[in-house]
Ligand binder design. Structure first.
Ligand SMILES: Nc1nc2c(c(=O)[nH]1)N[C@H]1C(S)=C(S)[C@@H](COP(=O)(O)OP(=O)(O)OC[C@H]3O[C@@H](n4cnc5c(=O)[nH]c(N)nc54)[C@H](O)[C@@H]3O)O[C@H]1N2
Ligand SMILES: Nc1nc2c(c(=O)[nH]1)N[C@H]1C(S)=C(S)[C@@H](COP(=O)(O)OP(=O)(O)OC[C@H]3O[C@@H](n4cnc5c(=O)[nH]c(N)nc54)[C@H](O)[C@@H]3O)O[C@H]1N2
Ligand code: SF4
Ligand SMILES: [Mo]
Length: 883
């Protein structure tokens, strides 16, 4: 009998409900859960492709020590022994855990309990430091607690939605779809996007403010001053529920209009328009994400935004409030368990003796960490200089994702003892593990996650555990037992861990702490299995009527009042001859691609690492479209494809974070970023690195398709992507190999009896080789002095087509389909595999809106994530036709 399991998407913080269907033959398909309040049945491209990412290719299926498979007991005994010995010799602060907003709440709870309550150090930090920590710090400064006041519904109810430092269309696509639908239903609703780049999110914007990087504090200070001047502040609210207004306002006096224009780089007219919209609209939600958090002034940006909402009393009411969008599926859950180095469990404070005593009594633990541990960047610095001698990394890939990533790599290479729990055997980080522990992945494990609107949902298993893989919480609990803390780590299942976490949240709480899910303190496994998506708080015996916080004007500082924070605008760095490198995400990939990189469909949208550069900058440097660019800083160097586009402001570059050593020759952008951090949160300023850019002189460019996964690619530049029926790769060589056939045979794993056909045009440098066996194309290699002009989608499609005749074989050498057959062009809609050429053809046939294009080509008819791009192509084509 086919089974259907309700679970939650493991990607972004929207936290969409997914129904996973498993057929008798083991085939899995997914669809959106129509009853889940985060998505009501919608899924984005990544969620829709989940079934393509759960195969066992490359999975780590057994514990390993030094690369050799071992039993769990052997591995865990060694881990416990090495950690215990290191602690005995060098103290508890000589070890660390570096965990992730992608583990489940139960995993996180156990790891945090072990480190803070039993090992007695707070050296547990998480990749959420790189993601959410400025929001946490800003919330705690303003509210006295790390509380996201609003709900997704507020975004739909608002009359003005301000999106600052958020590429919602690509990074929180289902919230974007909900917002777009609300705007369509209520055309008077306004959307303002504040982002140095013109992103796809701007598609629904009434106003796009292409702000100078880090101009946000100045902009929101200017807004506060404007609100005061316009008499639009809520003095009664300020008086009754806040303190610090006068000081915060006073700071704005030093910001002249000229300063504001200078700091934001925006035309005065645009600034005025934004201020007027904000002033005149009662229902405003300000959503923010990494353009705010990942900055040297990240925490101040958060507070500058919150100041404006407090000043107008627009918080905690329907359609109003500041809204920090969480990135990872369980960023919020990690904050609940206190999984950051400067927090304690259940939203209690590490710096409060009373809280420490309370947690220690609840855990009945021998010790409790009494000072903050090292934050992510500092943990790896401490590994580098030998202060930390044993580290356990779980569900994160720091060799890719941390700034100064080459230093992180060197630190791990030199560390005496590195443990990595991952689902994959081969990542840039697992390469340095002394002990590798196989974890259960999505669909195999059970637990809870909490999304951006504080809604806890269950992730449920619908696949059996592969090999010896085990849940992350079990691994940590076994470690606790082996270190001699058996009684405190004796849970039999995830439900018991969750119940303990819930009980702690209610322990001596009595309404003093925002996070309280005491209603689940006695939850039984059956009820846990049935748990419906539910927002916190869930206090014992208190019927939940309101899911928003602060509607009553009561905050969590001791006096019950919120704080205005007197922020100051960041001083602009003097212009130099370097670029500002901004980094972030693309639509169809997730972080270091360990999962999305498995899906051919998701790999078609953008198949290689790139750098966006403004046409004038490209011109000045002599960089032509599709050539390669070397981006460098004193910390490292990457090689990326030039994407010349006016979406990018002059003097700024943008590169995606996803590509790493498993998918490209040198594209780990973290390696060029200096590890500058926000002084309050410790969050790295990953959106603002100083770099140089220069054209890369390639003698030969190449493109290849191959049935076999290529091994050890000898090329100065390569980027590899999964394709239907095999792999595709982009190549470049500073100097050409002597023998191309030998290069291809070795790299593309060709059998000796492969039949080769070739074409060569000496003067132009064009050279093409194709290798066949019977009716199948095994590989094709296309070389030229310039970026290779072949129809990539057509060539990829030949990997899974029969190519019997000579005519078809020569068509492959020609690198494009017969006239009459369509070459799809770059894929825009990954769900339906529709390319840009097909969309343009539909437009030429008269389709003049996204729906019509959908009817004609099916593009945009499944998850809808590409609709903004379709619109963009349509406007571009229509404009071109009009010229
Ligand atoms: N497709 C996809 N979706 C994801 C993820 C993914 O890997 N892939 N990851 C998830 C995670 S963990 C996270 S944290 C979120 C991140 O979600 P977002 O924060 O929306 O994504 P980013 O691309 O990191 O950055 C957002 C925008 O900030 C802008 N920005 C840069 N500097 C500034 C500045 O000084 N001021 C302002 N106002 N804006 C600036 C950038 O140009 C960029 O467009 O996405 C989540 N969703
Ligand atoms: N320059 C720059 N750097 C950035 C950012 C940026 O915008 N710019 N963004 C930052 C942000 S916001 C984030 S969130 C980070 C993300 O960066 P990372 O956390 O380093 O990236 P992931 O690829 O998500 O790493 C997750 C790892 O966990 C493994 N995994 C998956 N599921 C499981 C599981 O169930 N258990 C275990 N044990 N392992 C599992 C995956 O295979 C993968 O190796 O990057 C940060 N770095
Ligand atoms: S928006 Fe997409 S990635 Fe995010 S939770 Fe929903 S389906 Fe998953
Ligand atoms: Mo993140």
């Amino acid at each position: 009998m086919p089974t259907e399991t309700r679970t939650t998407c493991p990607y972004c913080g929207v936290g969409c409900g997914v129904i996973a269907r498993r057929e008798d033959d083991g085939q899995v398909s997914v669809k959106g859960d129509p009853d889940h309040p985060a998505n009501f049945g919608r899924l984005c491209s990544k969620g829709s492709a989940l079934a393509e990412t759960i195969d066992l290719d490359g999975r780590l299926l057994t514990p390993k020590i030094g690369g050799e498979a071992v039993e769990w007991d052997t591995a865990l005994d060694l881990v416990a022994e090495r950690f215990s010995r290191t602690i005995a010799e060098h103290g508890p602060d000589s070890v660390a855990f570096y965990v992730s907003g992608q583990i489940l709440t139960e995993d996180y709870y156990v790891a945090n309990k072990l480190m803070k309550g039993f090992i007695g150090s707070a050296n547990i930090d998480t990749n959420s430091r790189l993601c959410m920590s400025s929001s946490v710090a800003g919330h705690r400064r303003a509210f006295g607690s790390d509380t996201v006041p609003g709900t997704y519904e507020d975004i739909e109810l608002a009359d003005l939605v301000v999106l600052t430092g958020s590429n919602l269309a690509w990074c929180h696509p289902v919230i974007y779809q909900r917002l777009a639908a609300a705007k369509q239903a209520r055309p008077l609703m306004k959307v303002v996007v504040i982002d140095p780049r013109r992103t796809m999110t701007c598609d629904i914007a009434d106003l796009h403010l292409a702000i100078r990087p880090d101009g946000d504090v100045a902009l929101f200070m200017g807004l506060l001053a404007h609100l005061v001047k316009a008499g639009r502040i809520d003095e009664a609210y300020i008086g009754a529920h806040t303190t610090g207004f006068a000081e915060a306002f006073e700071k704005t006096a030093s910001l002249t209009n000229a300063d504001l224009i200078e700091a934001t780089g925006l035309p005065a007219m645009q600034i005025r328009e934004f201020f007027r919209l904000f002033e005149a609209t009662e229902k405003v939600v300000t959503c923010y994400s990494q353009g705010v958090n990942q900055s040297e002034s990240g925490t101040d940006k958060v507070n500058a935004i919150i100041n404006c909402h407090l000043a107008t009393g627009r918080i905690g009411r329907p359609g109003m409030g500041p809204f920090s969008l969480t990135g990872q599926p369980n960023a919020m859950g990690g904050r609940e368990v206190g999984g950051l180095a400067n927090m304690l469990a259940a939203h209690m404070a590490l710096e409060s003796a009373g809280d420490r005593d309370r947690v220690q009594r609840f855990w009945n633990s021998p010790i409790i960490a009494d000072k903050p541990g090292l934050k992510a960047v500092d943990i790896f610095r401490a590994v580098a200089d030998g202060r930390i001698k044993a580290i356990w990394i779980m569900a994160t890939n720091p060799v890719v994702s941390l700034p100064e990533a080459d230093l992180v790599r060197a630190a791990l290479a030199a560390c005496p003892f590195v443990v990595v729990s991952d689902i994959l055997e081969k990542t840039d980080t697992t390469a340095f593990a002394h002990v590798l522990l196989p974890s259960l992945g999505w669909g195999e494990k059970d637990g809870t996650v909490t999304n951006s609107e504080r809604r806890m949902s269950r992730q449920r298993a619908f696949l059996s555990a592969p090999g010896d893989a085990k849940t992350d919480w079990w691994q940590m609990a076994e470690m606790g037992r082996r270190m001699g803390f058996g009684k405190a780590f004796g849970w039999r299942n995830a439900a018991e861990v969750f119940a303990e976490h819930a009980a702690l949240s209610a322990f001596e709480n009595n309404g003093s702490r925002d996070f309280d899910i005491g209603a689940f303190a006695d939850i039984e496994p059956d009820a846990y299995d049935d748990l419906k998506p539910v927002q916190w708080p869930q206090r014992v015996g208190q019927q939940q009527v309101e899911t928003r916080f602060f509607a009553d004007g009561r905050f969590y500082h001791a006096d019950g009042k919120a704080r205005f924070i007197a922020v100051e605008a960041a001083v602009q760095a003097a212009p130099t001859n370097t670029f500002i490198l901004n980094t972030g995400r693309v639509r169809d990939h997730w972080h270091t691609m360990t999962r999305t990189g498995k899906s051919a469909r998701l790999s078609t949208h953008l198949a290689e690492p790139f750098v966006e550069i403004h046409p004038a900058d490209a011109d000045r440097l002599g960089i032509r479209a599709a050539e390669l660019v070397e981006v460098a800083s004193p910390h490292g160097r990457v090689l990326l494809r030039a994407l010349v586009t006016p979406r990018q402001a002059q003097g700024n570059l943008f590169a995606p974070i996803h590509w790493n050593d498993q998918f490209a020759s040198n594209a780990r952008v973290g390696s060029v970023i200096k590890a500058v951090t926000d002084p309050f949160s410790g969050q790295p300023a990953s959106k603002m690195a100083r770099v140089t850019a220069a054209p890369y002189e390639a003698e030969v460019y190449g493109f290849a398709v191959s049935v076999e996964k290529p091994q050890a690619i000898e090329a100065d530049y390569w980027a590899l992507a999964k394709a239907d029926g095999g792999w595709r790769m982009e190549l470049a060589f500073a100097s050409a190999p002597a023998d191309w056939t030998a290069w291809a045979a070795k790299t593309l794993g060709l059998p000796e009896d492969a039949e080769a056909i070739a074409y060569e045009d000496g003067p132009s440098g064009t050279r093409r080789l194709a290798f066949f066996k019977e009716t199948r194309l095994l590989a094709g290699l296309f070389l030229a002095k310039e970026p290779v002009p072949v129809a990539r989608d057509f060539l990829v499609s030949q990997l899974s087509s029969a190519v019997a005749g000579m005519r078809e074989r020569f068509q492959i050498l020609a690198g494009r389909p017969d006239a009459g057959k369509v070459d799809k062009g770059q894929i825009v809609c990954s769900c339906m595999s529709v390319g840009v050429h097909q969309i343009v053809a539909a437009i030429r046939q008269g389709c003049d809106n996204v729906e019509a294009i959908g009817r004609e080509t099916k593009a945009g008819t499944n998850c809808g994530s590409c609709r903004a791009e379709i619109k963009e192509i349509m406007h571009g084509s229509l404009a071109a036709a009009a010229e």
